[in-house]
Design a protein around this ligand. Structure first.
Ligand code: C2E
Ligand code: CA
Ligand code: CA
Ligand code: CA
Length: 277
């Protein structure tokens, strides 16, 4: 109480959250300067034969004191501060450069997928940004996929969807990420420039516990197939989940059952040396 009837609402927890936020923001700025980031890659495989369709590029931050900090914690801070724009430039360039090297090493049917944040959609001239990077690196557009969350799609302006459409015309593919969590009307699927639906992990997680989730999973899968979209199930950890996905006719899976995200060196050793993909 400040006296004279004035009270302030404050909890120690609030203070520590705000402190953590400012601490991470400062550390992020330092990390950008000192190159404390690297990329990890997780394969998305076809259900029919477990061959690799593409790799999802996932950002990793190795903090000198704290060790690995989850992107689920620091990406929102990078977004709020617009640091994601500079970081995102590096991610796109580095991921494309890596894919180009893997193509040259013989893994030339595999694509690279990159997470694009809503802040990037809003602030970047998407078509020229992506095409310039592809040209610089010498990677063909068909080797690239962009993952955009369902909730960002809903907010996308006409200018953004036009840019995405132009990229699709060049051969870049577009995926809706975390599908089923963003409250979009299903009819918007008809109008979005999209090739791939990634069904959120929540549905796979719950399918074996709650049969209703299985039915929703089935419906999303049927709907997607009717619209000629490729369906990917995220977060497959168990053999029983893989069997379910297979039964539902879902095209591709991603998850710890197949592989955890790996460094480029691990991918190179596992995939290229065995001549997979
Ligand atoms: P996301 O795009 O949905 O990425 C999938 C997340 O699920 C990754 O977490 C991945 O490691 C995790 N995952 C994969 N298979 C399994 C599984 O079988 N079980 C479980 N429990 N988890 C699995 P990660 O790497 O911690 O990334 C979290 C989120 O951070 C991503 O969710 C994405 O939204 C964001 N993110 C990561 N890297 C980037 C990036 O380069 N740019 C942007 N804008 N966002 C990124
Ligand atoms: Ca993703
Ligand atoms: Ca996802
Ligand atoms: Ca997610």
């Amino acid at each position: 109480s400040d006296g004279r009837g004035i009270f302030r609402v404050y909890s120690p927890e609030m203070g520590s959250k705000i402190r953590r936020y400012h601490y991470l923001l400062e550390e992020l700025r330092l990390a950008m300067a000192s190159q404390n980031f690297h990329l990890s890659f997780q394969p998305i495989v076809r259900v029919e034969d477990c061959s690799i369709d593409y790799f999802e590029c996932l950002l990793r931050w190795n903090h000198p004191i704290e060790g690995s900090i989850s992107p689920a914690e620091f990406i929102p801070i990078a977004e709020e501060s617009n640091l994601i724009l500079e970081l995102g430039n590096w991610i796109l360039f580095e991921a494309c450069r890596q894919m180009s090297a893997w193509h040259a090493a013989g893994m030339n049917k595999v694509r690279m997928s990159i997470n694009i944040s809503g802040v990037q959609l809003k602030h970047l001239p998407l078509h020229s940004w992506v095409m310039d990077t592809l040209n610089k690196v010498g990677l063909p557009p068909r080797a690239l996929l962009l993952e955009i969350t369902e909730s960002c799609f809903i907010d996308a302006s006409e200018d953004v969807t036009n840019n995405l459409q132009k990229l699709r015309d060049e051969g870049v593919q577009i995926a809706i990420d975390d599908f089923g969590t963003g409250f979009s009307s299903l009819s918007t699927l008809a109008n979005l420039p999209v090739d791939v639906i990634k069904i959120d992990r929540l549905f796979i997680d719950q399918a074996n516990i709650n049969p209703k989730y299985q039915k929703i999973l089935n419906s999303i899968s049927e709907l997607g197939k009717n619209l000629d979209l490729k369906i990917v199930a995220e977060g497959v950890e168990l053999a029983s989940q893989f069997q379910l996905v297979k039964k539902l006719g879902i095209h591709c899976v991603q998850g710890y059952l197949i592989s955890r995200p790996e460094t480029s060196h691990q991918v190179g050793a596992n995939v290229i040396s065995k001549n997979l993909g």
